[in-house]
Design a protein around this ligand. Structure first.
Ligand code: NAD
Length: 321
């Protein structure tokens, strides 16, 4: 299948593109290599992907509407995995305009490009558990209205999900929004907790620990997430929204403790109260993913953290030593 992966130089996008290239798909990656975090990490992900003859990277920005329309017209994609986004929740509070431009208007450009090309069988968009805001319905279930986001990142993602419905309704586009829950693993984002804790344990760097680590997160290993995206790509469903998590939340302080045990040292934390943009608990109800996609996450938090730490030691720590 000819597949466009947007955000292919990023954390989850590069893991997904590699999985698709390995199974023999014809994969085009797209990324603007922005500097939200060190672009060298994205270049290194792209270099890993360049080893696959059936992978090609296009350096472009999804905000360039005409360029997206031309790309879709010439490449005739059969499926899109749309992962390109401004992803940091706290950063969104500072730059709401950027988050709306990229995460909502950029998505609209891709939807219009897909509609104009007329070749697409399926459009899968990465959404987020953040859309649940501070709902009282726990575990988070897709039937929740999700109309009370806590910050602009969640608001823009939710708006993009809803926009997908309009394109499905008007033009018959198959559109699935997959809501990811706290993803971690090799090539992880350096602004996310798993990576920050690893840096703190290994190098003594001081990091904030919010709410004494007393918040639950449904940590989901990146391989389970990319398996879920591949299942969604392979199964056009009309219009659906589907949670992809592990369904077994862990306290942040226990997650930190797992990394400390592997590293043999405590993290160097300073305590901060919970931020208004954060929720206390996120927990995925994954029964819909199991039922519609056959999704079945495999990696326990203990095993996932062990694999993450092994990657961090070899790919980050020993390389920078
Ligand atoms: N990591 C998580 O826990 C998590 C949780 C929920 C949802 N998500 C979603 O999953 C997707 C991937 O997230 P990630 O953690 O891999 O983040 P990431 O920042 O590593 O990847 C996103 C990629 O998109 C690219 N990008 C950003 N703006 C772009 C633009 N205008 N044009 C082209 N490319 C652009 C970035 O350069 C980056 O490489 C995002 O849509 C994010 O919102 C992630």
């Amino acid at each position: 299948m000819k597949i466009l992966v947007t955000g292919a130089a990023g954390f989850i996008g590069s893991n997904l593109a590699e999985k698709l290239a390995k199974r023999g798909d014809n994969v085009v990656g797209l990324d603007n290599f922005n500097d939200y975090y060190d672009p060298a990490k994205k270049r290194s992900n792209a270099a890993r992907l360049a080893a696959y003859p059936n992978f090609r990277m296009v350096e472009q920005d999804i905000r360039q509407r005409e360029t997206m329309i031309e790309l879709f017209a010439s490449e005739k994609f059969e499926a899109v995995a749309h992962l390109a986004a401004m992803a940091g929740v706290r950063n969104a509070v500072q730059y709401p305009d950027l988050y709306v431009e990229v995460n909502l208007n950029g998505t609209q450009n891709l939807l219009d490009a897909a509609r104009a090309a007329g070749t697409l069988k399926n459009f899968v968009m990465a959404s987020t558990s953040s859309v649940y805001g501070n709902t009282t319905q726990i575990p988070f279930v897709e039937t929740d209205p999700c109309d009370r986001p806590l910050q602009p990142y969640a608001a823009a993602k939710r708006a993009a999900e809803i926009l997908g419905h309009a394109y499905h309704h008007l033009y018959g586009l198959n559109f699935t929004a997959v809501r990811f829950f706290t993803v971690y693993g090799p090539n992880g984002r350096p602004d996310m907790m798993a990576y920050l804790v690893a840096e703190s344990v290994a190098k003594g760097i001081q990091i904030p620990l919010y709410d004494n680590g007393e918040m639950y997160r449904d940590w989901t290993y990146v391989d389970d997430i990319t398996d879920g995206v591949v299942l969604a790509l392979d199964k056009p469903l009309g219009y659906e929204i589907i949670n992809l998590g592990r369904g077994k939340p862990t306290l942040l302080k226990d997650f930190v403790n797992l990394i400390e045990t592997l590293g043999g040292r405590p993290a160097n934390v300073f305590h901060r109260p919970r931020l208004a943009a954060d929720f206390v608990k996120n927990e995925a109800d994954i029964s819909k993913a199991r039922r519609l996609l056959g999704y079945n996450p495999q990696i326990s938090v203990e095993e996932g953290v062990r694999r993450f730490w092994a990657w961090y030691e070899t790919a980050v720590l020993h390389r920078s030593a």
